[in-house]
Design a protein around this ligand. Structure first.
Ligand code: CO
Length: 178
């Protein structure tokens, strides 16, 4: 069964997700379905709250830097991140972002340029990535935000955010009423 993306206005997107302690088959199946959903919807990342699961897991499916339109997934960087924590952050960088939960909206967001993260993989093994940069660092920050109920439009200047919220309302008739 294909996963259904929860859209802006859904309460689950605003909840702080729970730590994962049990690395069971259900988690593995879900992670695979989330990667498949990225392929289907051309997403570089997807966080569990976006499919209605309030747990600290996200997946990335990032095309090679020199071939961003590639659909040969063998060349993609794909990984499942569980209980991720940013341990270091350095510099700032602005770039455009979008989100499968806020379709059709793209805005320039300021993020840390370099980050280190610690996480557990799908088997519960501890891993770390040092000095992530570019799209990888940006996608990781975007997805970790989802686990804390934060959307990329929250990272915009206040005035810009309210303009975008109006735009979403006009375009999709969706707002947050909770
Ligand atoms: Co998103």
């Amino acid at each position: 069964m294909e996963l259904e993306i929860k859209l802006y206005g859904d309460e689950v997107l605003r909840k702080k997700s729970d730590i994962i302690v049990d690395f069971n088959d259900d988690i593995k199946i879900l992670a695979n379905q989330m990667i498949e959903k990225c392929h289907k919807d051309y997403g570089v990342g997807l966080a569990a709250p976006q499919i209605g699961k309030s747990i600290r897991m996200f997946v990335l499916s990032i095309p090679p830097e020199d071939d961003l339109d590639s659909s040969d997934y063998n060349n993609f960087y794909e990984e499942v991140f569980i209980n991720p924590i940013i341990t270091q952050k350095k510099g700032k960088e602005k770039n455009e972002e979008g989100c499968l939960s806020i379709p059709g909206i793209y805005e320039v967001v300021e993020r840390y340029k370099y980050i280190n993260i610690e996480y557990q993989d799908i088997n519960g093994e501890k891993k770390e990535i040092d000095n992530a940069s570019g799209l990888l660092a940006r996608a990781m920050q975007h997805e970790i935000d989802h686990l804390d109920g934060i959307l990329f439009i929250d990272r915009l200047p206040v005035l810009k955010k309210s303009m975008v919220q109006k735009k979403i309302m006009k375009k999709f008739k969706r707002s947050e009423n909770f």
